[in-house]
Design a protein around this ligand. Structure first.
Ligand code: GTP
Ligand code: MG
Length: 137
């Protein structure tokens, strides 16, 4: 088995898309290992997206990710990281393929509805950022 980590971002949660997005994730064959609605502090978001801290949009990204609750989840499926990134589509929804989660639910490059880990190593780090060991089944 193989795992990835996702967050439904504040725009998706605010817009009432949590259920529909979780449905698409299930329909694509992912098993939900861990799931919670939570809100990140500024320090949490800065740590989570530390890899982007030199980018011009970093302040905007942290502001956005902390403006409301997110839904965090660990997902399991063969080839989880790559298959999940295919399911969500390109970072910019204007470039996202038809039927992808970002094509359906994202509003802009900044407010793009969902996060997906970009490697097995980051999936592990990001899952452990939000969930303790005994929350991961
Ligand atoms: P994540 O799954 O959220 O990591 O997205 P990604 O892997 O498709 O993109 P990347 O890691 O390169 O960027 C992380 C996030 O920063 C994106 O999902 C966007 O929310 C945000 N972001 C990236 N580029 C821009 C930008 O040019 N402007 C703004 N406002 N936000 C950006
Ligand atoms: Mg990324």
């Amino acid at each position: 088995t193989n795992r990835t980590f996702t967050m439904l971002k504040p725009d998706a949660v605010e817009n009432g898309h949590t259920g529909a997005i979780l449905d698409k994730i299930n329909a694509a064959g992912f098993r939900i290992v861990a799931l919670k609605k939570t809100q990140m502090t500024k320090a949490n978001a800065e740590a989570f997206y530390a890899v982007h801290n030199e980018r011009p949009f970093f302040g905007e990204l942290v502001e956005f990710m902390t403006r409301g609750p997110v839904v965090a989840a660990i997902l399991e499926k063969d080839n989880a990281v790559d298959d999940f990134r295919t399911l969500i589509g390109a970072t910019n929804p204007a470039d996202a393929a038809e039927g992808t989660i970002r094509k359906l639910y994202a509003t802009s490059m900044g407010e793009n509805a969902v996060h997906g880990s970009d490697s097995d190593e980051n999936a592990q780090i990001e899952g452990n950022f939000h969930f303790s060991g005994r929350e991961q089944f």
